[in-house]
Design a protein around this ligand. Structure first.
Ligand code: AMP
Length: 231
């Protein structure tokens, strides 16, 4: 009688173990597949005036991504006269980059506020290698990553011409003064161009001709995205 009870007890334990193993392994499976297969994250990369903002608006609509532009987020902080905005303004007015920890903090909270996103389109971020490493770390925490870096190529003279033109209507003080525009391009060459090299090491960079009509550039971007996007 005693040994029969022991047998039944062991059987119940074994069944419990099997059920537990199946239950937990299925949770891990569901969780990792949810993050890895569902999110699609892009960086739209290029110097100031290369058309990132214009193309971002169309891309987020077509692919249902969340647009994260650090430039836009910083300008909102300035309008709201926050402490962060006041600090950032002094750098932006000179065409210099805002310190890494400020923009990384903004991206961290934007990612946390959008846990259900299908994916993100990063525009104007990352702009330094430190920002790229931080972004990879933040995405890694959610078992996701950058799918591709789409880099828009535009000549410097074309950039200056476009930005001066945009300055007539954008209301942005950093678009009206040619020496500030040139300072922004120098910051790009000194600190931001290295971001493309960083992602080239992971074979994630796609170069796109950023001159020509907005429609043609958009088509080239979509072609490259469609090649990489899992349905
Ligand atoms: P944008 O709208 O992307 O042209 O950015 C305007 C200005 O905001 C830049 O010239 C920088 O001063 C600042 N800024 C925007 N994004 C970043 C970033 N990722 N890192 C540092 N500074 C940034």
């Amino acid at each position: 009688m005693y040994s029969q009870r022991l047998e039944v007890g062991r059987l119940v334990q074994d069944v419990r173990k099997i059920v537990n193993r199946f239950y937990y392994s299925s949770i891990i499976f569901v969780d990792s597949s949810r993050f890895v297969t569902k999110m699609f994250n892009l960086i739209l990369f290029g110097p100031p005036g290369s058309g990132k903002g214009t193309q971002s608006e169309r891309l987020i609509e077509k692919y249902g991504l969340i647009h994260l532009s650090t430039g836009n987020l910083l300008r909102e902080e300035i309008i709201n006269q926050t402490q962060l905005g006041l600090e950032a303004k002094s750098y932006m007015e000179k065409g210099q980059l805002v310190p890494d920890e400020v923009v990384i903090g903004m991206i961290r909270s934007a990612l946390r506020s959008n846990p259900e996103a299908k994916g993100f389109l990063f525009d104007g971020f990352p702009r330094t290698v430190a920002q790229s490493e931080a972004l990879d770390g933040l995405l890694g925490e959610n078992n996701t990553e950058i799918s591709a870096v789409l880099a828009l190529d535009v000549t410097e003279e074309q950039l200056v011409e476009r930005l001066l033109n945009r300055g007539k209507t954008s209301g942005r003080s950093d678009d009206t003064n040619e020496s500030i525009i040139r300072a922004r391009i120098t910051e790009y060459e000194n600190k931001t161009a290295a971001v493309a090299k960083y992602y080239e090491a992971f074979d994630k960079v796609v170069r796109i001709q950023g001159e020509g009509s907005i429609d043609r550039i958009f088509d080239s971007l979509c072609k490259e995205i469609d090649l990489r996007k899992v349905a």
